[in-house]
Design a protein around this ligand. Structure first.
Ligand code: HEM
Length: 322
């Protein structure tokens, strides 16, 4: 049916058009986005990330988490990279980020190297998205093609960082709801949680689990307690999220769940008699299925709320707006 001239678009039609526009924003991302404008962009980012991860394997985990914390707050727009100034408060002091997110220096180095070959062409949001993929690969995980063409925000949101990043006290229903509000499925949520096969967590984030919960392997809890006292001493003491292979991107995170060795309360929620048990069992026994689902979920997460076209800007320095 063609609209006659003067036809007023009803609310449902307008809503559908808006949804279409939102989908079109991510549809504008393209794997070949920099092929002409900056053909060496991807190789430049990869070499900076690989060097950093080779010198400190945990950095791969930190870069992967930084991308997640970017995408869940205002979309994948590099808002997490903006420093506070006298007149601007960014996301870095939000409760889930403060003294915890890392990797800014690696992104700054990659950005400087990319700027040297292609000035003001490659966004910080794309660099962070590619750095997350290259980190996974550097630690032995799956590779996947990253759609590109994100632009950088000129704003950040401390309040959204506090409200939208899931806390480790989350129950399964909280996690499902949190990811669903970002357009991610339960499968995406369970697969993305496999990122906890690498990296470290602070004692204060798992203390209540190792001292207070019953769905935890007793020997595992005791070994974690040795470096995480019940008093508030040692709040910042670190433990690997996956004790068996902390620097390898594999499916051991799910194997741990089966024996109640999830470190965070939120981790063990994925295998605690609920609706995601079967998927955790599948990933524990089928590494290839996990790799495929993780890669697809990373692409889905990387599409959240992206700025494209004339929106936002290409920052010159990732920590501040132009
Ligand atoms: C499902 C909800 C999630 C919760 C509740 C959660 C929570 C946490 C917490 C509390 C830590 C430890 C932080 C610290 O003690 O400093 C952590 C670390 C980490 N998270 Fe998550 N996370 C979730 C999902 C994700 C996702 C989707 C990714 C990436 C795709 C991710 C990647 C990581 C990585 C790699 C680390 C280790 C970082 C490092 O060693 O620097 N997490 N997460």
């Amino acid at each position: 049916m063609a609209f006659s001239s003067g036809c007023r678009i009803g609310a449902p039609v307008a809503a559908i058009l808006l949804l279409g526009l939102a989908a079109a924003a991510s549809a504008q991302l393209s794997a070949t986005f920099y092929d002409t404008s900056c053909p060496s962009a991807l190789a430049t980012i990869k070499s900076a990330v690989t060097a950093a991860v080779n010198s400190e394997p945990r950095m791969g985990a930190s870069l992967l988490r930084l991308h997640f914390h970017d995408c869940f707050v205002q979309g994948c727009d590099a808002s997490v990279l903006l420093n506070d100034t006298a007149t601007f408060t960014g996301e870095q002091t939000a409760f889930p980020n403060r003294d915890s997110i890392r990797g800014f220096g690696v992104i700054d180095t990659a950005k400087a190297q990319v700027e040297a070959v292609c000035p003001q062409t490659v966004s910080c949001a794309d660099i962070l998205t590619v750095a997350a993929r290259d980190s996974v690969v550097a630690l032995g995980g799956p590779s996947y093609t990253v759609p590109l063409g994100r632009r950088d925000s000129t704003t950040a949101s401390l309040s959204e960082a506090n409200s939208d990043l899931p806390p480790p006290t989350s129950d399964l229903a909280d996690l499902v709801g949190n990811f669903s509000r970002k357009g991610l499925s339960v499968t995406d949520m369970v697969a993305l949680s496999g990122a906890h096969t690498i990296g470290q967590a602070e004692c204060k984030n798992f203390r209540s689990r190792i001292y207070g919960e019953s769905n935890i392997d007793a020997a595992f809890a005791a070994s974690r307690q040795a470096n995480c006292p019940q008093s508030s001493d040692g709040d910042k003491n670190l433990a690997p999220l996956d004790e068996s292979t902390p620097d390898a991107f594999d499916n051991a995170y799910y194997v741990n769940m089966l024996s109640q060795q999830g470190l965070l309360h939120s981790d063990q929620q994925l295998f605690n008699g609920g609706s995601t048990d079967d998927l955790v069992s599948t990933y524990a026994s089928d590494a290839a299925q996990f790799s495929a689902d993780f890669a697809a979920a990373m692409v889905n997460m990387g599409n959240i709320g992206v700025l494209t076209g004339a929106q936002g800007e290409i920052r010159l320095i990732c920590s501040k707006v132009n």
